[in-house]
Design a protein around this ligand. Sequence first.
Ligand SMILES: C[S@@+](CC[C@H](N)C(=O)[O-])C[C@H]1O[C@@H](n2cnc3c(N)ncnc32)[C@H](O)[C@@H]1O
Length: 255
Amino acid sequence: MSDLENLLDYRIAVDKTQEQYSPANNQRFVKISEREDRSDLTMSLCKIFWEKTFLQTWNDVFIDKGFFELSLFPMLVKELQPQTIIELGALNGGSAVWFADLLEIFKIKGSVYSVDVDLSLLDDKAKADSRIHWIEGDCHQISQVLPPDLLKTLPHPWLVLEDCHVNTIGICEYFHNNGLQSGDYLIVEDTNKLVPQYWGARWKDSPELDRIERKIDDLREWLKDREDEYLVDTHYLDMYGYNVSKNWNSVFKRV
Ligand SMILES: C[S@@+](CC[C@H](N)C(=O)[O-])C[C@H]1O[C@@H](n2cnc3c(N)ncnc32)[C@H](O)[C@@H]1O
């Protein structure tokens, strides 16, 4: 094959794949009961991927996302065009800055709210980023951190990310009752049980890892009577294989 023929073949393969897996052609949105809690990722792969995860930065600030999410979330942001992004768990601020940059890149006039119980963890560069509404507060008291009166003022669609690993079900319930509308996205991060297994080998007896371990089970329980309202978006979960990211079945669209 000549280079030109190769290129044409490649282009045809791209078109075919995009047609075959087009979100419109697929049964993209499914109930959680139709999904298995497993992943094509294996522990041996995670050991390779996560070994140097603390070296990962966005614009020089540590960002605690897996590289699958780093690829998938920008596509979701572009598609959803969120007017409000609410992130629970800011850490050094890398992911909030990344979301603010994504909004800017895609020319979306949205706002980013990022919450942490301890904003002293913020990197100076992130702290100086005036595009982000930094909120210090305890997500155990989520109604005080993001009161209903504030939520009422925030334009939709929303992208809400729980990445603080506390009060997960309380947080889901709160947003369910205070603003999540049809079309909004709710992402509960780190539901992949390989996450606590991997870090558990380093940090024994960690209550946070115990909570992470239970996340997907708690979520399934919470969704028992709501599985028609929050559909799992397989497009952003299975692009690289079944549940290949740190999230198992926990990218939801409210319908
Ligand atoms: C996994 S990190 C967030 C990572 C960040 N979103 C990123 O992608 O770079 C979890 C954060 O949750 C915060 N956190 C823990 N307990 C919290 C609580 N009760 N309320 C609010 N934030 C909390 C921690 O301080 C920590 O910074």
